[in-house]
Design a binder for this molecule. Sequence first.
Ligand code: ADP
Length: 477
Amino acid sequence: MFLRYLDRTRKTIGFQLTLWYCAIFILSSLIFFVLIYFFLSLSLQQRDREVIQAELEDYLTKYQKGGTDALLKEMEENKKEMEENKFKKGVSGEDYFFVRLAGPGNNTVFLYIPEEQAKFDLKQFENRVTKGNRRWSFFSAKNDKVIYEILSYRLANDYLLQVGKTITKRKEFLERFRAIFAAIIIPVIFFGFTGGAFLSFRALRPIRYLINTIRLIIDTGKMEARMPTGKRGDELDELSKLFNTMLEKIENLIKGMREGLDNVAHDLRTPVTRLKGIAEIALQSEQNINILRETLSDCLEETERILTMLNTLMDISEAETGAMKLNLEEVNVANLIEEVVDLYNYVAEEKNISIHATFPKELYLTADHNRLRQVIANLLDNAIKYTHSNGRIDIEAFQKQQEIVITIKDTGIGIPAEELSRIWERLYRVDRSRSQRGLGLGLTLVKAIVQAHKGYIEVSSEPAAGSLFVIYFPKKL
Ligand code: ADP
């Protein structure tokens, strides 16, 4: 049980982020330490070498002035002085100095090593330095505790002059530095880990909210669940907001689908019930062939209504999902409008409505001829349906830059402002229109076809004054 929990924790992003943060924190601390250590030891060595070099220069001046004798004299004097002081100031002020002069065959002519450190293998001091050259080297006492850094110089008479200094203090200082780092590495790891855990916990908070929200939706089916959003404006905040917007869209879509389905069921039930009623009455009545014929014709009419509704619904779905097949061709819009107006002239005349069409003779548009006719026919049909007798309808078509614009204007009952945005919905009908025949699918289909042609449609209306529908099509698809 515990092992499984451990395994699950190990796989979480939070834990991995913490480890990464911790690793980066420790690594950068290490790099920082190594760099400081490197430059510190380099600078300490530089200072030590400067002291040794100055000492060597002193001896060289003596040698140049008075030869080997003067050099030896200076060395003896210094030895006495050093023995008295025991210490001579170096980097730390406590380091010991070393001086040696070797004749031909590496025979030591003069040697000064502080007595306490004398356990040296003198062979170590043999040094192949060519005349006039300097060379740095290290020598250590047998117990390795004392290390000298030595500068060797071959004099003009082939003698080897060596001046050096213990680096004990330098070593001690660096050792202490390493020890301090070793002591603070544990708190560093601790801070790295807790800092990483805290940061990843904070950074992943929106992800946890996301998981909880999704889990709530899955478990309870409550689509109204939302993620809390902050004001930080970072990427995760953006993700939360987008997720909430997506949820809202899905919720609206589901609501729309439910309503749509309810409406379809409701709108289908009426004609089907009527169909059933007509058939039942026909069966109960006497076998009069004329009554039966009439009944069959009523049945046919109702069936046609149902079929039209189902076909339109399918057309809308196809157009909206992009599955509608468009037979694109160059359509002469002028001819098409004339054709549709001719078709509806009879109905319009019955209501004494005049239709005025204005368009240039040659106006072409890349579109599906039949679908475009459906669009204009539906809009003209509505205009006639929702306009009182003696009204007027104006159809216009023209080119505006790269767009073909078709407008249909009536002097009808108009649409209330609060209903304007809803008229495009499936099966939506403004209450006042219920007296007219219709399915509430015409405008939904119009919009879907226009959009399938990459166009758009706008409406403006004033109740009791009339409506204006404007369609914009790109001239070339
Ligand atoms: P319907 O079959 O009811 O005409 P539509 O989808 O074509 O369905 O139109 C939806 C609703 O928009 C109609 O019920 C009507 O209320 C309103 N409408 C559409 N065109 C007009 C118009 N030209 N004048 C007034 N109302 C209109």
